[in-house]
Design a protein. Structure first.
Length: 279
């Protein structure tokens, strides 16, 4: 038992393990995440409905969304942004790891006769010959990627964008990093049964990496028949560091905001958004 507890509490190197598929493709957790997406009053998997509506209004104005606009939404979830943008006439492609979310989004698109194409795939592996006016990556998805993965996704963005095409994404700030604390907790059926429909014991170890400005929430889920670990990495950014990654990838940074609804930039905000154009 001591060795098992040592393993549970062991701190890995930053981004040493990648377990996104365990979170997004597991049937039970995928359905749990979908229920969070569709709860319009909370900010868990998606922003609340009031914020999304305000955000879409700003995006439509900022990027002059019209019938000819081609948009790709990386990590689209159940299509909360894609649906609203398609209703404004845009031609939208949505990509998401979660089968449950994509199935829901497709049902909405068919029912409402929307011009949306959904792809159930890890967006790191997404390939297309299409070229887009706008790339979206919302809900701080960029923060969950390692430096190597971020470099790869920026290269992908540049490849699939039209000349002068734009990227809009949001990230967690260093102000938010300072508020995170290391911790170790244990709970039966942790997170109200989020990880499994069966009884399980859940351990959460939160580690901070001060030099890299990274936080890891390491979950160990012990069921009667299996034990698994899920690594939820989050990179926190200073604006200048995020800008440097984009410039090195062949973009020019157009502007910073406190969120993807166009709120003026505040360095103390827990998140901030960036618009960058393909050079």
């Amino acid at each position: 038992m001591f060795k098992e507890l040592e393993k549970i509490n062991e701190q890995p190197e930053p981004f040493q393990f990648y377990t996104a598929s365990d979170l997004w493709t597991d049937e039970h957790t995928s359905k749990q995440m979908l229920s969070f997406h569709l709860n319009e009053g909370i900010d868990v998997s998606s922003r609340n409905a009031e914020f999304i509506n305000r955000s879409v209004e700003w995006i439509a104005s900022e990027f002059d969304i019209c019938r000819d606009t081609k948009i790709v939404d990386f990590g689209c979830g159940p299509g909360l942004y894609a649906t609203r943008l398609a209703k404004r006439g845009a031609n939208v492609t949505g990509i998401d790891f979660s089968k449950s979310s994509i199935e829901y989004a497709k049902e909405v698109a068919v029912r409402e006769k929307l011009n949306v194409s959904y792809v159930n795939q890890n967006y790191l592996e997404f390939k297309t010959e299409d070229r887009f006016d706008l790339v979206l990556m919302i809900m701080c998805d960029f923060c969950a990627l390692s430096p190597t993965q971020r470099n790869g996704i920026l290269s992908k963005f540049r490849k699939i964008l039209k000349p002068r095409g734009s990227v809009l994404l949001d990230v967690y700030s260093l102000s938010a990093f300072e508020q995170r604390e290391e911790a170790a907790t244990y709970e039966v059926n942790q997170l109200n049964g989020f990880w499994s429909p069966n009884k399980y014991y859940g351990f959460l170890n939160t580690f901070k990496y001060d030099e890299e400005k990274v936080v890891l929430d390491k979950y160990t889920i012990i069921e009667s028949e299996r034990t698994r670990q899920v690594y939820n990495w989050l990179q926190y950014f200073a604006p200048e560091d995020l800008e440097r990654e984009f410039v090195e990838a062949g973009f020019s940074v157009k502007g910073l905001y406190s969120d993807v609804a166009g709120t003026p930039y505040d360095r103390e905000s827990s998140e901030f958004a960036l618009i960058a154009n393909r050079v």
